[in-house]
Design a protein around this ligand. Structure first.
Ligand SMILES: [Zn+2]
Length: 365
């Protein structure tokens, strides 16, 4: 059985083999021509932004600054059956046919290298491992450090650097094999999780709650009025944010929308599509390290209240390696039991000190 606040980080080096190099020859065809034309229109040399260095930075920081209560375990490959719960057979055939090849998959510049298909299978399987650990009680909470990310991947389409929808595969596995009836997915990546929304759009047993920078920011979906359909009407919750929104807005949304939504839904498992590109270093939004830690505190409280603390996080985006690794570290500390901080508005403390310092200087004698 797990200790009170133990955390397992699941990591498998096979995910590093996904490494599209845009200088090599890709599968010839119309898509290749279109993407090459888009890239040649850029003024700067373009490199694939979703690269192995992201995970290396996270694991290096964790090795340099270990957190008591956090242990590291290996990953596993997802089976075709596990992937087929959320992706169509024809899509899987198409992706599997790209093993050991280099190819573009979408004009949004999503691509694969010879090691990508196995990396994507391992990313999805390792997300399943994280869910299994928290459901069996091996670990109080878990974090799957995986790539390629997953939340843009749709049932029939890879896009946004995502091949398989890792979080959706993990949620579907929890329902099909682990006895979970209601799964809450919280997606706090800066981009809308269009793929996860699509997959569970009409599913009343998966609540999808997404904070993201509003359209026209990529991928452009996730409007406030998009709440699901059919039996699933009401179990999709979108909170679009303006550029520059930060800690205060994120925490208000979690406390005043997510908390009552979770009380209504009563999940027996919580998954977080944990992207860290809402950090200010990634230039789209303005969340801080303390902000991510405080958000983790809110989600942890919901997990404690409704599902015996069962909480698994799955890595999505985050492209500045310094803010990505530091943000993950601050989240892991809270999962391991640290008290989450209440983020301050930057500079207010210093201005208060300055007010004090200058007090009286300009008053007449
Ligand atoms: Zn993102």
């Amino acid at each position: 059985m797990s200790e009170k606040n133990d955390v397992t980080v699941f990591y498998d080096e096979r995910v590093l083999a996904h490494y599209p190099d845009t200088n090599v020859d890709f599968l010839p065809g119309r898509l290749d021509k279109r993407v090459r034309a888009i890239l040649s229109g850029l003024n700067a040399q373009w490199k694939y932004p979703e690269h192995p260095g992201r995970l290396i930075a996270i694991m290096d920081l964790l090795a340099r600054e270990p957190i008591p209560g956090v242990r590291v375990a290996g990953g596993q490959k997802a089976t075709r059956e596990q992937l087929a719960r959320v992706h169509t057979t024809s899509f899987l055939e198409h992706i599997f046919a790209l093993r050991s090849k280099s190819a573009w998959l979408d004009v949004d510049t999503t691509a694969v290298s010879p090691g990508s298909i196995e990396a994507a299978e391992v990313a999805a399987g390792t997300s399943i491992a994280a869910v299994e650990a928290v459901i069996t009680g091996d670990s109080r909470s878990a974090f799957a450090m995986v790539r390629p990310p997953g939340h843009h991947a749709e049932p029939t389409r890879a896009r946004g650097f995502c091949l398989f929808n890792n979080t959706a595969v993990a949620a579907a596995h929890a329902q099909a094999e682990l006895g979970c009836e209601r799964v809450l997915i919280v997606d706090w990546d800066a981009h809308h999780g269009n793929g996860t929304q699509d997959i569970f759009w009409a599913d009343p047993d998966v609540m999808f709650f997404d904070l993201h920078r509003a359209s026209p920011f990529y991928p452009g979906s996730g409007a406030l009025a998009d709440t699901g359909a059919g039996l699933g009407e009401g179990t999709t919750v979108n909170v679009p944010m303006p550029a520059g929104a930060g800690d205060a807005a994120y925490l208000k949304a979690l406390r005043e929308i997510l908390v009552p939504a979770a009380d209504y839904f009563r999940p027996d498992l919580i998954l977080v599509s944990a992207g860290f590109d809402a950090h200010s270093f990634d230039l789209a939004l303005n969340v801080s390290y303390e902000g991510f830690a405080a958000m983790t505190g809110v989600v942890r409280q919901i997990a404690d209240k409704h599902c015996q603390g069962r909480l698994a996080m799955i890595l999505e985006g985050g492209y500045n390696t310094e803010s990505l690794s530091r943000s993950v570290h601050s989240v892991l500390r809270v999962l391991a039991g640290a008290e989450p901080p209440e983020p301050k508005v930057c500079g207010i403390e210093e201005v208060d000190a300055a007010i004090n310092f200058h007090k009286g200087a300009f008053e007449p004698d």
